[in-house]
Design a protein around this ligand. Structure first.
Ligand SMILES: Cc1cc2nc3c(=O)[nH]c(=O)nc-3n(C[C@H](O)[C@H](O)[C@H](O)COP(=O)(O)OP(=O)(O)OC[C@H]3O[C@@H](n4cnc5c(N)ncnc54)[C@H](O)[C@@H]3O)c2cc1C
Length: 476
């Protein structure tokens, strides 16, 4: 009996090596050229769909015994390759561990298993008078454990910060099958590192009081005015969440689903403020100070109700390249102006979230067609906004597999060094999600990192790719 057959037999019905199922675990929601996918062994040999902590512990022990790499996976919505195997082995699917364990209504906290979906959690908290403080816009289809392991900001981040700021305690299972509880600074090393130091089996989250939001939308003539408004809003209006979209993005949405507000040029800013804190007159006054024009309430409501469907603009495509970065709010306008100089404006859309502490998380959508000959070259365009943001004091959003080469900058030198030291001590054979702290090596040159090659390659190709414009097919 092979090692693999022994694993499947020992783990019972939660394990499978059925080839059809294995293939459904060899990718995530992101889109990468086939040539890059071909450089990693992205198809697992075994999938374990854990239902309990005990399943996780047994799977990890077996993997360690048989030298199998283990890739934890939530709903694989992250798109950075973190949930894709780089060396085959076992995918440990946590999506069936989706129970709400306990709610503490007095202290406004909830304990959950890692596979709980954000939108389900929001609904389950409602009878307790509570709600999620933050969630990604992928809330209908992404997990609590996956977002923590990946890191990020989303809805609610203007008031409550990142996912990291709202996780109070975690349980983590290691390769030896032991489970430890971490909180405070000890927890930091498990955030953003894609499960390469352990598998999160429980999270305690801080919640907010469930409260209806007062919703506002306003148009601003420039990025400068929009960011000025957001700066004032964070200082004076106690907002919960704020998003920004460029006229180009609104137009793409209009093409995709016909429901976007037509703003012609400039920016649309949408603001949600808990009703008990909302002061409509103060919002209108602040908007006016920054040359903003309040938009009708139904626009504000439509924006809020559509907050979980950002990718619908892909329908305007046929596909869209996405560049993502953080930028200090005060550099947002200068950064945007450089982006529209570097890339053809009519292909571009910007969507951004304001983040607590004067930051923005920005997504730049560049319409394209994956089916055309020059698409692999044009993909490098997605890196141009990030390079421009870096010149303005911004940085990468997340690392995963494809951008592991930027992990040191994204995590900070100290955290990266700590994570690496811990990895070397606890996982000397590199079995836990290999290739995610340090990018995977190339098949023919194992000492050259794939993510390093991606960063180098896109830097070389980017200036050329910026000139290769994509022609949008005319609407019939
Ligand atoms: C439409 C759309 C909207 C999005 N909006 C946002 C947004 O607003 N903000 C944002 O930051 N991101 C956003 N994302 C990206 C993505 O949804 C988030 O990163 C997400 O929360 C990941 O959850 P997941 O369950 O899909 O995790 P996965 O993609 O499955 O996993 C992410 C990483 O975590 C690891 N992992 C998963 N579970 C565990 C575990 N239990 N223990 C240890 N490691 C684990 C995986 O190995 C992988 O490296 C969006 C994506 C889409 C498609």
């Amino acid at each position: 009996m092979t090692n693999l057959q022994a694993c499947v037999q020992t783990l019972g019905e939660v394990a499978t090596s059925d080839s059809q199922i294995l293939r459904s675990y060899d990718h995530d929601l992101g889109e990468m050229p086939g040539v890059l996918m071909a450089m990693v062994n992205h198809t697992p040999q075994l999938v374990v769909a854990a239902r309990t902590v005990d399943d996780v512990r047994r799977a990890l022990e077996l993997a360690a015994r048989h030298g199998l790499p283990v890739t934890p996976r939530g709903q694989a919505s992250s798109g950075y390759g973190g949930a894709i195997p780089s060396k085959g082995g076992m995918v440990l699917d946590l999506s069936n561990m989706n129970r709400l364990l306990s709610v503490d209504a007095v202290n406004a906290t909830v304990d959950v298993e890692p596979g709980v979906i954000w939108e389900h959690l929001s609904k389950a908290l409602a009878p307790h008078g509570l709600d999620n403080r933050v969630c990604p816009t992928s809330a209908p289809s992404s997990t609590v454990g996956g977002w923590f392991a990946m890191g990020g900001v989303g809805i609610g981040s203007l008031r409550h910060g990142s996912i990291r700021d709202n996780v109070l305690e975690i349980d983590v299972a290691g390769l030896d099958g032991s489970v430890h509880t971490y909180s405070g600074d000890e927890m930091e090393v498990f955030h953003q590192t894609c499960g390469s130091l352990g598998v999160v089996t429980r999270l305690r989250l801080a919640c907010r009081k469930a409260e209806a939001m007062a919703l506002f939308a306003a148009w601003f003539p420039s990025a400068d005015r929009a960011s000025g408004f957001l700066e004032g809003a964070e200082r004076a209006l106690a907002p919960y969440s704020a998003s920004v979209q460029s006229a180009g993005y609104a137009s793409m949405r209009g093409q995709a689903d016909g429901h976007a507000p037509v703003i012609g040029d400039g920016f649309l800013v949408s603001l949600a403020i808990p009703r008990s804190d909302a002061d409509e007159t103060a919002v209108a006054r602040l908007a006016e100070e920054h040359c903003g024009k309040p938009l009708p309430r139904d626009i504000a409501e439509a924006e809020w109700n559509g907050r979980y469907y950002p990718m619908r603009i892909k329908k305007a495509g046929p596909s869209a390249l996405v560049g993502e970065f953080y930028i200090p709010l005060e550099r947002f306008a200068a950064c945007w102006n450089d982006i529209v100089t570097a890339l053809p404006k009519d292909e571009l859309g910007l969507e951004a979230f304001a983040v607590r502490g004067g930051r923005m998380a920005v997504l730049i959508y560049i319409l394209d067609d994956a089916g055309t000959l020059l698409y692999p070259l044009r993909m490098a365009k997605a890196m141009i906004p990030l390079r421009i943001a870096a010149r303005h004091g911004g940085g990468g959003y997340a690392a995963g597999m494809w951008f592991a080469g930027m992990a040191k900058r994204i995590f900070g030198e100290e955290k990266f060094a700590h994570a690496k030291a811990r990895k070397d001590a606890l996982d000397p054979h590199g079995l836990l999600n290999p290739g995610k702290l340090k990018g995977p090596g190339l098949p023919f040159l194992p000492f050259v990192s794939l993510s390093g090659l991606i960063l180098f390659g896109t830097a070389v190709i980017a200036p050329l790719s910026a000139r290769l414009s994509y022609t949008r097919p005319k609407a019939s």
